[in-house]
Design a protein around this ligand. Sequence first.
Ligand code: SF4
Length: 890
Amino acid sequence: MKDVVKTTCPYCGVGCGVEVTRLEDGQLKVAGDKAHPANLGRLCSKGSALSETLDLDGRLLHPVINGRQVDWNTALETVADRFKAVIDQYGPEAVAFYVSGQLLTEDYYVANKLMKGFIGSANIDTNSRLCMSSAVAGHTRAFGADAVPCSYEDLERAQLLVITGSNTAWCHPVVYQRIALAKKNNPDLKIVLIDPRKTATAGIADLHLPIKPGSDPLLFNGLLAYLAEQDEINKAFIARATNDFDDALVAARRVAGSLAVVAEGCGLSLSQLEEFYRLFSRTERVVTLFSQGINQSSYGTDKVNAIINCHLATGRIGRPGMGPFSITGQPNAMGGREVGGLATQLAAHMHLHDDAHRALVQRFWSSPVIADKPGYKAVDLFRAMEQGKVKAVWIMATNPAVSLPDANQVRQALANCELVVVSDCVARTDTSQYADILLPAQGWGEKDGTVTNSERCISHQRAFLESAGEAKPDWWIVCEVAKRLGFKESFDYPDVASIFREHARLSGEDNNGSRDFDISGLAELSDDEYENLVPVQWPVKVAGQGTERLFTDEKFYTPNGKANFIAVGKCRPVNAPDKDYPLVLNSGRVRDHWHTMTRTAKSARLSSHILEPFAEIHSNDAVTYGINDQSLVTLSTQWGVAIVRARVTVDQQAGSVFSPIHWNEQYSSLKTIDALINPEVDALSGQPEFKHTPVSIAPYKPQWHGFVLSRRKITPELASYWSMAKGNGYWRYEVAGDVAPEDWAVRARTVLCADQSGVEWIEYKDAADGRYRAARLVNGQLESCWFIGPEYTLPPRDWLVSLFAEQTLDDRQRQSILLGKPMDKSKDQGETVCACFSVGINTIRAAIEEKGLTTVEQIGQCLKAGTNCGSCVPELTRLLEEAEQPAMTG
Ligand code: SF4
């Protein structure tokens, strides 16, 4: 590799630029790219830890058929032959691709081309369906195209920033940091956070509106009615640039009859509501930033349009510092939209229902057919699979057995499917265990191609590592199968740059300004120019000239060139809480894990932020349901049951439960929280309702609790609850069970022992009290330890963790294990807050109290926490706020 390679982060839709440097000792250093417009050198905790996720442990290195390693040709021939057999017998609708926002644009382009133009079905959908398809549908209804009007710079130029349905601080940390800096530089910038939960993002909000879950359309309908009532609408803009304002206003007034009705429906006080409405109506430069909290809903598209309506009514779009701004979850969700990676799109933002578009694409591809109707959207695809309508599926770079709602149904569908092909860089995922054929794909660091971030910025993701084993680029795998299906000429690309050029040419084909997505200015890039492509925002009609903002000319992509207001009526979730399931389950992300943990769980410091899957509930609900903080609870919905750790907090809204999406079968007994999520979808976008599943919660009282620290992975037998997290040189397990073995010592030897010489056991047993402590030493060094007791607290884990760094344990240390407590005054530092410097919550709380710290900067000076990537700054702020609260009495 070159000394320094510029590439992009593979995680979230912020799309940060990354510089990878090979150091003299051969190690790789990952840093933010100061020249990249998305992050200007910043990286969050996940981006900063990228070099810790590159080892080959768990990588899929060779093609595999039915558990047997094969050569590439055999694998490719088999995939093509078996797909062809299904198509010949049942037709093209019987096969499907389920792809991913992790794919690069070129991978996506050829997969979509093969399915829609050569197989002749639109059965290609993507996991981006789960994170932003409501934004796609909302944009298309309003603007006539899936166009994101804004740039990140608009966040800094706004006077009012409305953040809704987004825990930006954790889910898009670098955008959050840009906002926090903008606020610091401009104290007049007002920030309103709309979220049922008081998340880490609330730290920079001037006003937090903890609305009732799902009441967003009422809030924004109410705002539209208020703007009209106060005569704060832009009548000239409405007249010259929009359609159907009156219809939208009538609908808004019908559901939002008065401020009191809206306040009541949203669960807000009248003064909170009026403050927000006054701020919005009186501030010219307003950006509304929204994400999954809006999109992941059975009426997500209406939520999106209710927001856009308010921007159209005030003419706040297409100008600096204003506009509705959907921020995507995945690194290349936007690239997937550009090539038509959704079952409802064609390619290059053309429409499946448009005869002229279909003819254009077919002519351009010289393809034998062209799909003429939408394919199965994600949730429907797995239903069709279970019903036997889809008989062969190829899953690329995604893990639907964990990430789709009603995940047990998804697993059943995969089990029923005649042919499951999985191409991935990871050997064992919850999905790959259903695969008949596994194809090794390149991982981050090996892949080369382009991605597009949330602000339409196309960046080059460059390779800096050799392919692991026999791994190949996804585009190469798709093209090789296409060739074997008989389409050699159309898929005979010499390299990835050729695919990009074709994609760019298609975007400009017969376009003439009729379609928003046009990168024809990049269609003639030489290989060198492609290699050196610098980040650029589409449209790019002339090489080197990107477009910062859309709709500056007030022209939209509808038949008459005007933007559409959409009448948004009464919206309510399909599944409401009832006496059996009285609470609302809301799922989402945590700061330091990404999707289904296949990469972030490899990093010990990322894993130390939150160690276990959890359910966050309000303290009042905790009292009602008899739940203690840190105890285990059972969550039950109509679709599934799970045991997780309780986190009791006043930051959660009473009546709601939050649980993270990441944990899977490899890391916990939970398998996936998505097994509990209702599979209801938005009728237009097909996006599932991840934020609103009726749920009940009850204490789970196991007979025993325990934890295991072990240098080797173990199988946590007998545990009805377990979770696993990586530490530095060891694995950490939290366990609990209903049935205890007759003798823990015998069980410990079965689970922890491997044939080894020099083994020594230190043990303490109290059968009457149900306590057992054991440490297993090999040649004097701590190999594993196992603590069991009737309660969760047990001894602090951190003290034991520190013993793993010792070459041998001395008598004092051995004695302390027997006693079950540290000999010195070392403290349990608690869960990690600052991942960069491994600073725990207890350490920070103690420093704040003992040293009287009052600012984040002082914490940084004292403990270094928060001084590198800055992702933990919102949590440090919260800890300072917490310390300021008067102590509870009584
Ligand atoms: Fe990666 Fe973090 Fe940037 Fe997202 S914000 S792209 S996860 S470094």
